[in-house]
Design a protein around this ligand. Structure first.
Ligand SMILES: [Zn+2]
Ligand SMILES: [Zn+2]
Length: 240
């Protein structure tokens, strides 16, 4: 047995994994989620919007209602699972209760569902959606960066986490409607340096809600020489 496998084994024995949804201690080496909770995490399946990746009610249209009337700065967005109670638990525990090991399950879901599309996109770099300084100091880590690191390792594509800086927005996004969100995000992303001259990038975030964050960041990247952006998230909200 190789040294790193031994270390992993030691970790599994000393700190048994817990299910990311119900927090029950898992049977030794039985996977990353318990049998009861597995069906509660629902993959995004066809039909979904060709642009933003949100599930569609019927397969007749290629795009969702929003993407039909509005253009997006990113080329496409894809999510691994539907944002439901189970997905929310996984994300909130990761962000607010410091359950960083949840990123293992999140990365596994993204790879399982999107590996082919991510590889075909042929990105030169992966950029995690940054947090502003206050949020980073409060949490101590950027969840998108942890997910991006795992994807970077799997896809053998370098991660660039100092290309973009995020300034503190005036208001909390959650409290705003669509137009309010857009205005609030304007000028909140600054390209620090794109001296690597990236042309095709994968943006990584935990959740896709209205797409405003991904859209604003993509438009800033494109104004600085990036040609194509694929957004990838763990979960996506279902359109109302
Ligand atoms: Zn469970
Ligand atoms: Zn759409």
């Amino acid at each position: 047995m190789a040294v790193d496998e031994l270390i992993e084994l030691g970790k599994d024995i000393l700190f048994p994994r817990r299910c990311p949804v119900c927090d029950e201690v898992m049977v030794f080496r039985s996977g990353l989620i318990c049998k009861t909770c597995k069906p509660r995490v629902i993959p995004v399946r066809q039909p979904f919007c060709a642009c933003c990746g949100k599930p569609l009610i019927s397969s007749e249209a290629e795009l969702c209602k929003i993407c039909m009337v509005e253009s997006r700065a990113f080329d496409k967005a894809r999510a691994a699972v539907i944002y439901n109670d189970a997905a929310a638990r996984i994300i909130l525990d990761m962000k607010d209760n410091n359950k960083r090991e949840n990123t293992d399950f999140i990365a596994e879901c993204i790879i399982e569902r999107l590996s082919k599309e991510l590889k075909m996109f042929g990105a030169e770099g992966i950029i995690p959606v940054p947090l502003d300084e206050d949020a980073y100091m409060r949490r101590g880590f950027n969840q998108s960066e942890l997910i991006a690191l795992k994807l970077s390792k799997y896809l053998h594509i370098p991660i660039y986490n100092s290309v973009v800086k995020r300034l503190k927005a005036a208001k909390q996004q959650k409290s705003l409607d669509l137009n309010g969100r857009r205005k609030n995000l304007k000028r909140s992303f600054i390209i620090q340096k794109n001296d690597v001259k990236l042309k095709r990038v994968i943006l990584v975030d935990d959740v896709y809600t209205t797409g405003c964050t991904a859209d604003e960041l993509s438009s800033v990247l494109k104004s600085k020489g990036v040609n194509s952006v694929m957004v990838v998230t763990f979960a996506t909200g279902v359109p109302k």
